[in-house]
Write a protein that binds this ligand. Structure first.
Ligand code: URA
Length: 433
């Protein structure tokens, strides 16, 4: 088999065989196929796409390229959730204790943030003492006793994807739906959960800017999961608006705690209940309505908040911070963003709001960058809200005073106003089963 012939075949728009896909992925991972040939193939895939069969084969081969987490001891109770990434997405912090307090098992590996999207592991590090790295024995033991553990992704999970993703990142070949689907699903399959819920974001702050592409990505991932014997479903959710009211690590943890204490009842809570219901329905084998009711009861009855404390304590975190959120790191400098006009906010460029938060110190441009855990934005007005000129529309937080003005300008420029009233945005768009 020759890489040249495989590139040519894909360039002509033909379907590659399972053997050819395995030859490419394994050969590239071992260093036998050079970057320039792999880049050419990835570009041909961007133009000519891949069939479900090709995508599935690529996914399995990447999932098999490194360590695989064996969660079989938890049977059908093991469940995972994946979000395709967005601005202000703190759902893992809320869903994990809800679902664990209802009897499902979450053994979760999460990533760090890069660019304008945040990462759960960074958020958890805002809790003093929280250990994002546990030994295998500690990880499993905590899932057995507490029902939940969230740690950083190990280096050897789907290493083929890691190597291919690094190449895609510098060859303008990231935004191909089959490549994204196989990349995400290879890591989910290697992570071992029997049931998987996908939160596929659509909008200005998401990988997929329109709903149709998000639906196609979701359907592709659901098809791959099913082929592999997993229970899987997806929600398409709105990323044309930041999720909730906080963006930035410590600020998002504080907001998540408020939801778990039932102090916040908006769209974020609704989305978390819907995702929890999807996870519980599959892992406990119950109807969606029954699962939703159980999740709601766990939240309203305080069991989910108690489970949060148990989980954080088990991982070394300072639980006093949960009861008293004033103990979270506070930024030395703040700036109120003032509305330059009167009217209804009709559009929030969510990626730009993520970028403003990143500039304040909450995000990374390069993997090695250190983040300011206390930096970020608390949003006071969102799409659909009426504001008057001079109103405070957001508060910016940073430990570096000179970042505030630039972030404020980006924030103001990210908003559009209309004279006419516009509806508030819904977070949940549709389900893909
Ligand atoms: N996230 C991933 O893990 N892979 C992609 O290709 C895109 C987003």
């Amino acid at each position: 088999m020759r890489m040249y012939d495989i590139i040519l075949k894909k360039r002509k728009g033909q379907e590659l065989s399972a053997e050819e896909i395995r030859f490419v992925i394994n050969g590239f991972t071992k260093g036998e196929i050079p970057d320039y040939q792999m880049s050419a193939l990835l570009m041909a895939i961007c133009f000519n796409s891949m069939s479900d069969l090709e995508t599935a084969e690529m996914t399995y081969t990447m999932a098999d390229s490194g360590d695989k987490v064996d969660l079989s001891e938890f049977g059908s109770l093991s469940v995972d959730k994946h979000s395709t990434g967005g601005v202000g997405d703190k759902t893992t912090l809320i869903i994990t204790p809800i679902v664990a307090s209802c009897g499902a098992k979450i053994a979760k590996m999460s990533g760090r943030g890069l660019g304008y999207t945040g990462g759960t592991v960074d958020k958890l590090e805002a809790i003093t003492g929280y250990r994002t790295s546990l030994s295998e024995e500690e990880f499993f033991s905590q899932v057995r006793t507490v029902g939940a553990s969230v740690i950083g992704q190990t280096g050897n999970l789907a290493p083929a994807d890691k190597k291919i993703y690094a190449l895609r990142d510098v060859t303008a070949t990231v935004d191909s739906i089959p490549l994204i689907a196989s990349s995400i699903m290879s890591k989910k399959l290697a992570s071992g959960a029997k049931s998987i819920v996908l939160d596929v974001k659509a909008g200005s702050g998401a990988f997929m800017s329109d709903i149709d592409s998000a639906k196609e990505l979701a359907s592709r991932m659901v098809a791959i999961g099913r082929r592999c014997g997993r229970n899987i479903s997806a929600l398409i959710t709105n990323m044309d608006i930041p999720l909730g009211t906080s963006v930035g690590n410590a600020l998002e943890v504080i907001e998540a705690i408020k939801v778990l204490k039932c102090e916040e009842k908006g769209e974020l809570r609704k989305l978390c209940l819907e995702l929890s219901a999807a996870m519980l329905s599959m892992s406990l084998g119950i109807s969606h309505d029954e699962a939703y009711l159980r999740a709601e009861k766990a939240l309203d009855g305080g069991r989910a908040y108690e489970k949060l404390k148990e989980w954080i304590a088990a991982q070394g975190g300072d639980v006093r911070m949960l009861d008293d959120t004033s103990l979270f790191p506070r930024a030395a400098h703040t700036l109120q963003v003032i509305s330059p006009s009167s009217g209804y906010i009709c559009r929030m460029n969510t990626a730009e709001i993520g970028r403003a938060s990143s500039i304040l110190g909450a995000g990374r441009v390069k993997k090695e960058d250190k983040i300011d855990l206390s930096a970020g934005i608390v949003i006071a007005a969102k799409t659909g809200d009426r504001v008057s000129k001079g109103d405070v529309i957001a508060t910016l937080y940073s430990n570096t005073e000179s970042f505030l003005q630039e972030a404020s300008k980006i924030y103001v420029d990210a908003l559009e106003y209309s004279e006419e009233s516009v509806p508030n945005q819904k977070t949940i768009i549709c389900k893909v089963d």
